[in-house]
Design a binder for this molecule. Structure first.
Ligand code: SF4
Ligand code: SF4
Length: 458
């Protein structure tokens, strides 16, 4: 292994992961970008080949950056791979190469760095999204632009041609405020306590999806959990991790670990698939930390990751260990399609638990979209950075969901909900409501009508 080690791969782990690929091509049909363009270099196998070449000393050219940037990071290739190639490790490392352009640290070929516009867009995203106060300051002007109809104008006018990222941001921005979702530091269990759980409120989530956080806390409390919401928490680092900014991700992770350690909880529940997936990876963040720091930080990160659970995963475990559900379910009579978020289905392998929760609601008729669970195009900030590809994937997802006849689409990831809602709104069809699984359970527990989830009468 060490003979393969180079400056980009000091331990040789990446070369080892890439060498596991036997080029069989089983992953190709599962890859959304290969489905879109049919290009080998936009497939997992092609990207692994490019990464191997760079690890062997080839420069990171503009072509390499383009194909790596087009990867959604959806991880649909991983379950499809019979050789168990750890593609997540490869793409997360490779994404940091163009990020290092201009710092003198990376292998990026002179002149091949990202365009000034792309760099500016990324800088703007990472200067705002992980910071709730800055995001809140942006939310007002965004809604004012929507009220003035600028979002619709931007989809057709010159903005769509010359600034597709701006048009995409306006198209996707949520319309309702998350202010109603500010949570107290502790939401007490209803009835005898079955667990004490910490809840991640997130960065984008707490600003734009406060209602999802409130519903999550209410459902957990109704099922007998004391819900602790550490007030000093912020971004968990998922956006940074999935965008090639590992040092930034590690700083966010450190703060998150410290906040939840102080809370003294049995489990840490995430209601956003991307966040849960990243927090389960914290254990690997500090493998290369400075000596002296490494052992204590890495051990704390491993312990933290071991306590992280997705919302549906946590409820399934709670029911298994504590005698089943406690809260009564009320009817929700709707044909409902469940959308698998990639970071839940592929990265965390959680498919069954959310479906079981939905099937437990009387009257809810669960149906499946016939697209094999292909990515909706949201993928963290992909829909802002690659708006055309994301819009195409969104249209395909909307068509597959419409084919089910569902009046309600449920996802476990707010980014997917935004992307799917925008795609369904853009195709001019009948209104279809989109909700988080916590909101659906909350509505059922509280006996609310379907209209509370935005389902149109029909
Ligand atoms: S992560 Fe998704 S888009 Fe990227 S190579 Fe794998 S399947 Fe394709
Ligand atoms: S399925 Fe796995 S081994 Fe086969 S080409 Fe894809 S990544 Fe390589």
């Amino acid at each position: 292994m060490d003979d393969q080690a180079g400056p980009l791969d000091p331990g040789g782990h990446l070369a080892e992961a890439a060498a596991d690929c036997v080029h069989c091509g089983f992953c190709l049909p599962a890859c959304p970008t290969y489905q879109l363009w049919g290009e080998e270099m936009d497939s997992p196998r092609g990207r692994i080949h490019l990464i191997s070449q760079v690890l062997d000393g080839a420069p990171v050219t503009e072509k390499v950056i383009t194909h790596l940037d087009r990867c959604l990071g959806c991880m649909a290739c991983m379950p499809a791979c019979p050789s168990g190639v750890r593609y997540n490790e490869l793409i997360e490392a490779a994404r940091s190469w163009p990020e290092e352009a201009g710092t003198g640290a990376g292998p990026v070929q002179p002149g091949a760095a990202r365009s000034a516009r792309d760099r500016a867009m990324r800088a703007a995203i990472f200067a705002t999204f992980p910071y709730p106060k800055r995001l809140r300051a942006l939310a007002g002007p965004l809604r004012a632009a929507q009220r003035a109809g600028l979002d619709r104008l931007a989809q057709r006018g010159p903005a769509a041609r010359y600034a597709p990222e701006l048009a995409g941001s306006l198209r996707l921005a949520p319309r309702s405020s998350g202010r109603q979702g500010r949570l107290p530091a502790r939401v007490p269990a209803r009835g005898p306590r079955r667990a004490v759980v910490g809840m991640l409120t997130g960065c984008v989530q707490q600003v734009f999806f406060g209602g999802v956080n409130t519903a999550t806390a209410r459902v957990l409390a109704a099922e007998g959990c004391d819900v602790i919401v550490p007030p000093g928490q912020g971004c968990c680092g998922a956006l940074s991790l999935h965008s090639g900014r590992p040092a930034e991700a590690a700083r966010f992770a450190e703060r998150t670990i410290a906040e939840f350690e102080r809370a003294g909880v049995d489990a840490i529940v995430a209601n956003s698939a991307g966040c849960g997936s990243a927090m389960k990876e914290y254990g690997g963040f500090y493998a290369h930390a400075a000596e002296g720091e490494r052992d204590s930080l890495a051990a704390r990160a491993v312990a933290f990751s071991g306590r992280v659970r997705d919302f549906s995963e946590f409820l399934a475990e709670l029911y298994r260990e504590h005698g089943g559900p406690r809260a009564a379910r009320h009817e929700l009579n709707a044909i409902t399609a469940y959308h698998d978020a990639c970071h839940l289905a592929h990265a965390q392998r959680i498919r069954q638990q959310p479906r079981d929760l939905l099937r437990g609601i009387p009257g809810l008729n669960l149906v499946e979209a016939g697209d094999g669970g292909t990515c909706c195009g949201s993928a963290g900030v992909y829909n802002l950075l690659q708006p055309e590809a994301a819009a195409e994937l969104g249209q395909r997802k909307a068509a597959a969901l419409r084919g089910t006849g569902a009046r309600l689409v449920v996802s476990a990831n707010p980014g997917c909900s935004l992307q799917i809602a925008a795609a369904l709104a853009a195709d001019g069809g009948e209104p279809v409501a989109v909700a988080h699984i916590a909101e659906v359970l909350d509505a059922s527990f509280r006996g609310l009508p379907l209209s509370a989830l935005g389902v149109a009468p029909g």
